[in-house]
Design a protein around this ligand. Structure first.
Ligand SMILES: Nc1ncnc2c1ncn2[C@@H]1O[C@H](COP(=O)(O)OP(=O)(O)OP(=O)(O)O)[C@@H](O)[C@H]1O
Ligand SMILES: [Mg+2]
Length: 326
């Protein structure tokens, strides 16, 4: 059911013709389709590159060993290189022979192995592209100090210094990203690419090509904008014979009842009126109210543009509904 993303895919494909120099941060509101896009991109590499995907959210990470488990995929064979070179598929986790895996005891050991592995791929003429999805889960993990900054230094080493691999990091955590964005060591060493919900026109085309009428599609877009996760759900509901408008209204009520209790936690509820009226608000500094709304996934922080906005059309609608009664 994958739809569109031509612009984003063409931007990502341009990496294949460039030497790795900077870390690429893919960011965007929740459920905007970042993971789906990145996997699609990795699947399309062919023999030009080698796509490696590491998802850090699939299991809780409390200590280094959990991180190590997610980072690597263990193999029985003693030499992983021939296997990797023969495969045209996305590789999940960095492959490592079990015997070597057992000797990896620290981030340093892990990074040394990965550098060596990527260097060998590079020598064989294949450009590795590694995606670290949901990197924010590491934000509180400490292994001799915060692991996340050690990891960033490693990524800088792989890209800017050794030019061994493209490193793509994806997150929808705006708070995490705004900390990252202002972090001195990343200045000039990272670039940022927004993957947003579909625009209205694309969302309509997606819905209509999946069997919704024009009238139904307009209702859906009016409730959910172009957030892919909802569009897919609506298509499934339609196939199951559900009344589309009723489904939209129900989802609106669900979200409304989640957001309502947050209003009394706000120091100044007028932020909701401003958001409802203007949709996008510039900020100089993130206020406590903004941080709370971001933590609760009501708003999305875009530190690159210095703005906050509702996570999606549904949140905007809920905010407008609530702010009318303030
Ligand atoms: N291009 C697309 N075409 C069709 N469906 C899509 C597309 N992108 C995303 N989806 C649908 O939306 C769902 C959510 O997308 P995805 O998980 O990629 O979002 P995300 O931005 O990675 O979310 P999160 O913020 O949780 O990391 C997918 O499971 C898929 O069903
Ligand atoms: Mg994701």
């Amino acid at each position: 059911m994958f739809f569109d993303r031509e612009k984003e895919l063409s931007y990502l494909r341009s990496l294949l013709n460039s030497e790795p120099n900077q870390i690429l941060f893919i960011y965007g509101p929740i459920n905007s389709g970042k993971t789906t896009l990145l996997l699609k991109f990795l699947e399309s590499l062919g023999d030009e590159g080698i796509g490696i995907y590491v998802n850090l959210r699939s299991r809780p990470i409390l200590r280094f060993d959990d991180f190590k488990d997610l980072l690597f995929s263990r193999t029985r064979s003693r030499d992983v290189l021939p296997l990797v070179l023969a495969s045209m598929e996305v590789i999940f986790g960095i492959p490592v022979p079990k015997k070597i895996w057992e000797t990896i005891e620290s981030p340093r050991d892990a990074f040394d192995y990965i550098t060596d592995f990527l260097g060998k791929l590079r020598k064989k003429g294949r450009l590795p592209i590694i995606v670290f999805d949901e990197l924010q889960v590491l934000k509180d993990l400490k292994v001799n100090g915060p692991l996340i900054y050690e990891l960033f230094n490693f990524f800088i080493h792989l890209t800017k210094e050794l030019h061994l691999a493209h490193v793509i990091v994806s997150t929808s955590d705006g708070l995490f990203l705004s900390n990252v964005y202002t972090h001195a060591s990343l200045y000039g060493r990272a670039k940022y690419f927004l993957v947003d919900d579909f625009d209205e026109e694309t969302a309509l085309a997606f819905l209509i090509s999946n069997g919704l009428t024009e009238e139904e599609s307009k209702i859906v877009v009016e409730y959910f904008g172009g957030k892919p996760v909802y569009l897919v759900e609506v298509i499934n509901e339609k196939r199951a014979g559900r009344d589309i408008e009723e489904y939209c209204r129900e989802q609106f009520m669900v979200r409304l009842n989640q957001v309502k209790p947050l209003v009394r936690k706000l120091n100044d509820p007028s932020i909701l009126i401003d958001l409802g009226e203007r949709e996008v608000l510039e900020y100089d500094e993130l206020t406590e109210d903004m941080l709370m709304l971001a933590r609760e996934n009501v708003i999305f922080i875009d530190p690159v543009r210095g703005v906050i906005r509702p996570q999606g059309r549904l949140e905007l609608k809920v905010i407008r509904f609530i702010s009318e009664k303030l």
